[in-house]
Structures are given as structure tokens and as C-alpha cells.
Design a protein. Structure first.
Length: 110
């Protein structure tokens, strides 16, 4: 499987696990807690496979940046959490950083 496709799967798992962590209500609800722990476990295993092909800093920057953006959107639309102007600006800067890495960095080419 392409390393970037695997990274996308890793990001999706991390976002799902983080959403389940929120739903676990401080790890007091069994099934969301177990889902979050399993999701994180598989996520980190897949991330370790991604790092065989993509440099660690690049993989982690993309993984964390895209994950932050997606979980912020889930927080906004699913959990009805508000984002102020500073949060939106910061998320925009994260998106810009991920784009710069992918479009202009030769380090991201494996």
C-alpha cells in the first residue's frame, strides 16, 4: 500500500479514537473507552509502518496537523464545541504548514 494512503488510514483511526475518547466521558463508559484504546493502538502501529517510507518529522507533521484540523471540525459539528477567531486562525496556519510540506518540501519525497 502507498505510504501516503496508509498515513491517511492512520489519521482516520486517530480521529476516530479521539472522538471515542471524548465519548468515553473520562473513560467511565466501557465501549467508547475500549474503542479509543484499540484505535490508538492500531493507529500507532500503522504510523510506525508509515515511518519506514516517509521521514519521521514529515509523517508526524502531516499526521498531527491533519488530525488537529479534523478533530476540531468534529468537535465543532458533532460535539457542538465553539471555535474562536484565534483557534480558527491557528487551524488555518496548521493547514498552510501541511500544504507547504507536501507541495514544496523535498524531504517529503521518499
Amino acid at each position: 500500500m502507498n505510504a501516503y494512503a496508509l498515513l491517511a488510514c492512520t489519521i482516520a483511526l486517530e480521529v476516530a479514537a479521539t472522538s471515542l475518547l471524548k465519548a468515553s466521558d473520562g473513560m467511565t463508559r466501557l465501549w467508547p473507552t475500549l474503542g479509543a484504546l484499540a484505535g490508538y493502538g492500531v493507529c500507532f502501529w500503522l504510523l510506525s509502518l508509515v515511518m519506514k517510507s516517509i521521514p519521521t518529522g514529515i509523517a508526524y507533521a502531516i499526521w498531527s496537523g491533519v488530525g488537529i484540523v479534523l478533530i476540531s471540525l468534529i468537535g465543532l459539528f458533532v460535539f457542538k464545541q465553539k471555535l474562536d477567531a484565534a483557534a480558527i486562525l491557528g487551524i488555518g496556519l496548521i493547514c498552510a504548514g501541511v500544504l507547504v510540506i507536501n507541495l514544496f518540501s523535498r524531504a517529503s519525497v521518499h
